[in-house]
Design a protein around this ligand. Sequence first.
Ligand code: AMP
Length: 287
Amino acid sequence: MKVIKEISSIQDISDYYRYTGKKTALVPTMGFLHPGHTSLMLKAKDENDIVTVSIFVNPTQFGKNEDYSKYPRDFQRDYHICEKAGVDYIFNPDVNEMYGDNNLTTVSLSSITDKLEGKIRPGHFTGVATVVTKLLNAVKPAYLYLGQKDAQQNAVLKKMIIDLNIDTEVRICPTLREESGLAMSSRNTYLTPEQKDKASVLYFILNEGKRMILDEKTGDINSVKDRIRKIFSSKAPEFELQYYEITDNINLEPINDLNLYKGEVLISVACRADTTRLIDNVIFHKE
Ligand code: AMP
């Protein structure tokens, strides 16, 4: 496994593999890797010849009062995890390599970025879309592996890839969870053991919403949301529920009459445990 720090070097490597007809994949990450990331790498390795993992904590997707400077970093640990997973290249540019000192170009999407996470974190998805465009232009992968955990990010990147005619196919992998149901995340390291315990409430309310829609056939989105808010405040009164939204999984528009809707349903949730933000989702099909 090789560590590459320069864009021009990873571009040369990518050109070589494309030229020799190899199947190439990129798993973009911000490092501090956990088994959720590893599951993406293993799937990518299983389905491709050459796998690159990018490790880059992207400053432009963090708001002013967010956790960019304290975001957990441990390159040596990440290196060993990637090596064990059979990764071929780690692309680990520094901020200057990615943005230089006069970056004037950003990539931003309308409407789809105004809701859910985008509403709470203005500018976040412009940072994500910009950095992923830059990573795709550097690594030029045939396949991009993403985790279901970040459902809105996936919808944004899928749309961006279509709109900008980028020659990469997206593959979404399932969310890996702790035994409690809590979705694995690098940010879980911020949680105290008690908060971590309580945080399993997110998966509980996602499944409860799914059950109300599929089993109880509740059609009114507000009945589901009211019941969920009650459950949340009784189980985790010390957490703040930021949103619980039931939408389609492409444009992320609310589904008002669930009984009339057919297709993929996305339930997204975000909460704050003290200063730590947690997000999660479930996706299911409705006939
Ligand atoms: P991050 O390092 O948090 O930016 O995540 C990098 C990639 O890993 C994204 O595509 C995430 O959706 C994915 N990911 C993060 N957590 C998980 C998880 N628990 N299970 C599966 N994929 C995940």
